[in-house]
Every structure is written in structure tokens, then in C-alpha cells.
Design a protein around this ligand. Structure first.
Ligand SMILES: [Mg+2]
Length: 127
């Protein structure tokens, strides 16, 4: 069974890029284009990892993360914050909001699959 990853990102080019990278690495990918859709899909699909953009219209990534981490159904899902370069200094804020990791954009195409793999290994070890 391939691991299932949910990408929540409002920028279409980024969605396609992240999906293509992770598909290439053998993951099964679902995509959502805003926080609201992301929360709904996370509840429906129960992915193992979510890549969550921070800056999105309507419901942003911080709000979506708080909802998912506050719900027993989805609180165990690992969530990676995708941040803009300018926000990279806010690491503590993201971790305090419940994120399990963060990546700043533009994404390092080699780092992305490594971070996902690391979180999946944590999950398998019960962390
Ligand atoms: Mg965005």
C-alpha cells in the first residue's frame, strides 16, 4: 500500500510541482486548494502526512492545522507547514501551532521527499 499524502496549497503551479515530486517517489497524492477543502479531505481520506501551505485565502494553513490537531480523528496526522521565504524565521510559531515540521518555499526538491520519509518513519515508530 503506498503512503497517502495530502497537499493543501492555493497556488496551482506549486500543487502540480509537489504532486509530481511525491508521485515520482511512489506516494499516493490527494490535493486541495484551500484550508477548508483541505480539512474536509483530511477527514475523509485520513492521509499519513499533509503538506499545508500557510498563506491561503479564506482559511489559512495555521487555522486548518489547529482544527486538524484539535480533532481526535485527525490529530495523529503529521502536518508540514509550507512557508514563504520571508516567514522562515517563524519556525517556533509553526511548531507552537501544532505543525510537525516546516519547509520554506521555493521548496528544495530533494529535501521534500526526505522530510516526508522522516515523518513516516516517526509515525511507524509510534512517535
Ligand atoms: Mg499560498
Amino acid at each position: 500500500m503506498p503512503h497517502r499524502i495530502l497537499i493543501v496549497e492555493d497556488n496551482e503551479n506549486n500543487r502540480i510541482l509537489f504532486r509530481d515530486i511525491l508521485t515520482f517517489h511512489g506516494y499516493e497524492i490527494a490535493v486541495a486548494s484551500d484550508g477548508m477543502e483541505g480539512v474536509a479531505l483530511a477527514r475523509e481520506l485520513l492521509p499519513e502526512v499533509i503538506l499545508m501551505d500557510i498563506q491561503m485565502p479564506d482559511m489559512d494553513g495555521m487555522a486548518a492545522c489547529r482544527i486538524l490537531k484539535g480533532d481526535p480523528l485527525t490529530s495523529g496526522v503529521k502536518i508540514i507547514a509550507l512557508t514563504s521565504f520571508a516567514m522562515r524565521g517563524d519556525q517556533e510559531t509553526f511548531l507552537a501551532a501544532g505543525f510537525d515540521g516546516y519547509l520554506s518555499k521555493p521548496i528544495d526538491t530533494r529535501e521534500l521527499p526526505l522530510i516526508v520519509k522522516g515523518l513516516l518513519e516517526q509515525e511507524m515508530n509510534g512517535a
